[in-house]
Ligand binder design. Structure first.
Ligand code: SF4
Ligand code: SF4
Length: 467
C-alpha cells in the first residue's frame, strides 16, 4: 500500500520544491467510475463528471478531463485546489502531520515520474501509472457508509423505503440524479465503458498498477473480460489489483481464483493483489458492512492466501464511528494473518483512512471519552510495532495513521453542527434497525451511553424559567 516510507521528509521537500500544493497523484493516479462517467485523482477528492464530448474526441479524457488539467495547473502554480481539502486540513494540523499528498509521493507509481511530470505542460495528456476503474454498481452488500449509486442493493432499499429521514434526507435518489451520479445500468450500452475499451490497448503498456473496483467487481462481466484480455496479452510489469468484498457466492469466487491462479502461475503479470474492506471484527463488522457473512469472508481470505502463495492482500479499514469499540480484535487478526501468511515476499497489509462522509458516521462526532479510546488504540499498535519482516507484527506507519486519526478527532466541530450530526447518528441507526432487522445495541453494547445521549438530543429542550 505504501512505497518506501523511510524518507518522508525528503519526499516532502522534493514535492514542495515544485510547489507546496504539488501532488503527483493528480497526474499518475486515476479512479474512473465508468458506471456513471466520473473520475478523480486521487480517490480522496469528490469525483467530477467527464464530458461525453471530450471522450468522443479523445478517450484519454477519461483521465485527462479539462477539469483535471485545470487542477493540475493550480497545483503547479501553488494554489490549494479546493477538491484536495482533506490533505490541506491534515497539513494545517499542529505537529508536521503526514498528509496523503506526501505518502503518495513515495509510491512506485509516482516517485519515478517526478521529473517527467514537473517538466510537462500543465495541459498535457498523461498516461496514469495507477489506474482504477469501476464498471458497474452491481453489489450484494449495502454497507452503512455506502450509497445507492454505488451499490444496487442500496438502490433497491431506497426504492422500497425511500431515503433516510435525518436532519436532511440521506441517500435520496433525487440527490443522486441532481449530482449526475446515476449509474448507467446497461453495461452493454455505456459510452464510458466503450471509451475504456478504446483507450485500453494504448494505456495498458504504461500501467504499473491496474485495479478494478465496484460495486462488487466479481459480479461484473467486464472484470472477467479484463482477466481474459490479460491472459491473451501478458504484461510482465503489471500489478493487477482487484477489489472485492469477498462475500460473493463461493462458486463465483472459485471461478475468479482459478483465473488469477493461471495468470500468476504462467507469469503473465508481475504481481497480483486483492483489496478488501473490513472496519471492525466479527458481528460488528457484519453490522457495518451489511451483507457480510464473516465466516464466509474468513474462508475466502484463507482460500486466497493459501492458493496464491505470492498474492498480496490489503484490507481497507475505513475508520468510522463504529470502528472504535472492538478494534483490537481486528488488529490482532491482522497480526495473526501476517504471522501465518506473510512470507516469500508477500504482504498482508491494511490501511486506516478515516471516514469523512457521511458525517453522522464519522468518528469525529464521538464524545471526548472516545478520543481516549483511540489514543489507547494508537498505543495498542505502538506496543506491537516490529518492522522485521521475519517477525511480522504491526508497522510504524499504522501507528502514525492511528495517531493522526486521534489528532483529527480532537479538532472541535461547531456545537450546533455536532448536535445535529449526533442526533442524525441515532435517527440513522434506529431506521437501519427497523428496515434491516438489525439490533444496534445488541451489536455495540459499549455504545449504549453514546446512543442514549444522541437519542436525547432530539427531545424538546426544557423551558427555561424566567422571573
Ligand atoms: S487529496 Fe491529497 S493525495 Fe489526493 S490528489 Fe489531492 S493532494 Fe494528492
Ligand atoms: S461492498 Fe462496496 S459497493 Fe458494495 S455496499 Fe459495500 S462499499 Fe458499497
Amino acid at each position: 500500500m505504501y512505497g518506501d516510507t523511510s524518507n518522508l521528509d525528503e519526499v516532502r521537500q522534493r514535492l514542495n520544491s515544485v510547489s507546496p500544493c504539488f501532488c503527483l497523484a493528480k497526474w499518475k493516479h486515476v479512479t474512473i467510475h465508468l458506471l456513471n462517467g466520473t473520475n478523480h485523482s486521487c480517490y480522496l477528492p469528490p469525483p467530477h463528471k467527464i464530458p461525453l464530448e471530450e471522450i468522443a474526441r479523445n478517450p484519454s479524457a477519461l483521465h485527462n478531463s479539462s477539469h483535471k488539467k485545470q487542477v493540475r495547473k493550480d497545483m503547479l502554480e501553488g494554489r490549494r485546489t479546493k477538491e484536495c481539502g482533506m490533505c490541506w486540513t491534515i497539513e494545517d494540523l499542529p505537529g508536521n502531520q503526514l498528509s496523503d499528498r506526501i505518502v503518495r509521493g513515495t509510491e512506485t507509481w509516482t516517485k519515478p515520474y517526478f521529473d517527467e511530470v514537473r517538466r510537462m505542460p500543465w495541459d498535457a495528456d498523461v498516461f496514469p501509472a495507477y489506474m482504477e476503474v469501476s464498471f458497474s454498481s452491481i453489489c450484494n452488500f449495502k454497507c452503512s457508509y455506502c450509497a445507492p449509486h454505488v451499490s444496487t442493493k442500496w438502490h433497491e432499499e431506497i426504492k422500497q423505503h425511500g431515503p433516510y429521514e435525518l436532519s436532511a434526507r440521506h441517500n435520496d435518489m433525487q440527490w443522486v440524479v441532481d449530482q449526475g451520479l446515476m449509474p448507467i445500468e446497461d453495461e452493454d450500452n455505456n459510452p464510458y465503458i466503450e471509451a475504456f475499451w478504446k483507450w485500453w490497448p494504448d494505456v495498458y503498456p504504461h500501467l504499473k498498477v491496474f485495479r478494478v473496483t465496484g460495486g462488487e467487481p466479481l459480479l461484473s462481466k467486464h472484470t472477467f473480460r479484463v482477466l481474459d484480455w490479460i491472459d491473451e496479452h501478458p504484461h510482465t510489469g503489471l500489478e493487477l489489483d482487484i477489489n472485492s468484498n469477498l462475500g460473493v457466492p463461493t462458486p463465483v469466487f472459485e471461478r475468479f481464483l482459478a483465473r488469477v491462479e493461471k495468470l500468476t502461475r504462467e507469469k503473465k503479470i508481475r504481481h497480483f493483489k486483492i483489496h478488501t474492506s473490513l472496519d471492525n471484527f466479527g458481528a460488528k463488522a457484519e453490522y457495518i458492512r451489511h451483507g457480510l457473512d464473516f465466516e464466509r469472508f474468513q474462508k475466502h481470505v484463507h482460500d486466497y492466501l493459501t492458493r496464491l502463495p505470492q498474492g498480496d492482500i490489503s484490507f481497507m479499514s475505513t475508520f468510522n464511528i463504529l470502528s472504535v469499540d472492538g478494534y483490537e480484535r481486528f488488529l490482532d487478526w491482522m497480526i495473526e494473518l501476517r504471522e501465518q501468511h506473510q512470507k516469500n515476499g508477500r504482504w498482508v497489509n491494511f490501511d486506516i483512512p478515516h471516514l469523512t462522509g457521511p458525517m453522522h458516521l464519522s468518528a469525529r462526532i464521538l464524545t471526548p471519552d472516545y478520543q481516549d479510546k483511540v489514543a489507547g488504540l494508537a498505543r495498542y499498535i505502538q506496543a506491537r510495532v516490529d518492522e522485521d519482516r521475519k517477525k511480522p507484527r504491526l508497522r510504524a506507519i499504522e501507528f502514525e495513521k492511528m495517531r493522526r486519526i486521534h489528532e483529527w478527532m480532537r479538532q472541535p466541530l461547531p456545537e450546533d453542527q455536532l448536535r445535529t450530526l449526533r442526533h442524525d447518528f441515532y435517527l440513522y441507526f434506529r431506521e437501519h434497525d427497523r428496515r434491516r432487522g438489525t439490533d444496534f445495541l445488541a451489536t455495540f453494547p459499549e455504545m449504549k451511553g453514546f446512543w442514549e445521549f444522541c437519542r436525547d438530543l432530539g427531545k424538546p429542550k426544557e423551558p427555561t424559567l424566567s422571573l
